[in-house]
Write a protein that binds this ligand. Sequence first.
Ligand SMILES: Cc1cc2nc3c(=O)[nH]c(=O)nc-3n(C[C@H](O)[C@H](O)[C@H](O)COP(=O)(O)O)c2cc1C
Length: 400
Amino acid sequence: MRSGMSRSSRSVASPHVVNIADLRELAFQRTPPAVFDYLDGGAEGEVTLRENCRVFEDVTFRPRHAVAFADCNLRTRVLGFDLALPFLLAPVGYSRMMHPDGEAGAARAAGNAGTAYILSTISGHKLEDVKAASTGPVFYQLYLMGGRGAAESTLERARLAGFAALVVTIDTAVSGIRERDYRNGMKELVSGGVFDKIPFLPHILSHPRWLIRFLLDGGLPALPNVVIPGKGPMKLIDVAAALAESTVTWSDLMWIRKVWGGPIVVKGVLTAEDARRAVDEGAAAIVVSNHGGRQLDCVPSSLRVLPQIVKAINGQTEILMDGGIRRGSDIIKALCLGARAVLCGRAYAYGLAAAGEAGVNRAIEILRADLDRTMRLLGCASIAELDRSYVEVPSNWNAK
Ligand SMILES: Cc1cc2nc3c(=O)[nH]c(=O)nc-3n(C[C@H](O)[C@H](O)[C@H](O)COP(=O)(O)O)c2cc1C
């Protein structure tokens, strides 16, 4: 190797770490297969997971050349918050398993970069600690795990802690089957007894640095933000069953709106019908999303359905999207097609798994530099000026 350094000992600041794929490679080197595959994998045949990334190749740019400008404005507004960047960090469950910095480290990195962080219900850190770690806006993502009783006290805590919006995920009627997790014994490792874990331990032991950090951090805690009335924080052994019973229906959404009282973002919209329903139910924003290809496989990529949804909603609510964002140019394509901002999931979580908060900082910096360069090459000085005229889409995309 030219640098004379093994790939796994490289720092995320190394000049060899050029893009998000390089961070993914470092995450692969530094975490056991069960952890990496949990982060990297998708549902069933991973058709949607692959398509989420591939589809960006179908959209090409129409640059304006011979245009010069001193500053490039990457700012946008989401739910009234002025963000320095047109991307937010998506909710990623079990982040603390990837690295002890976990959700608090990711939130701090987002705040330092001037953008928002969305905390998953499946967090290893207390929501109050995550909020305190960030100088930027923090939103709370809700699963109805543990029923309305547990949710009510969490929403009260989130409001008191200063969470600015509630993101309600609607695409998890049951958990998608992520086949890599089954093969790696994820269930046994997270919630099984000692004997259940034994067949899967060699892979974990092959990553002693990760293991030592994980053990020093106390292993995975019970979920501190899902407190079952009269019982306390939800134990990991109960998470899978609780998720299976945590479907959010439209009538739940009405109840959630009343209890929360603040802005609600509906995440997991893939059709114009659901988008219109979310607007009717009072959503302040929607996220066009297929959960990063982790739920129902063979649904379309988020980018592919974004234009139809933008057309159907016609400015009635803010539209965000996620799925497959790995480069700044991907973000710009989504904005040209009508998204106000995007959410990044794996792009920053690879950084977290590779090097904790420093890795998240690096992921954000890579995307920020990508955005700035792409805007200049495109001849567009401001995110607010991006529109359909800067991209070409395949002709059949305009059919609906
Ligand atoms: C490891 C992992 C865990 C996730 N956990 C949650 C979660 O707890 N709640 C949720 O609404 N979405 C969750 N998501 C979905 C993300 O919020 C987001 O929709 C998705 O990652 C976007 O796709 P991308 O990873 O290609 O950017 C998770 C995604 C990943 C990769």
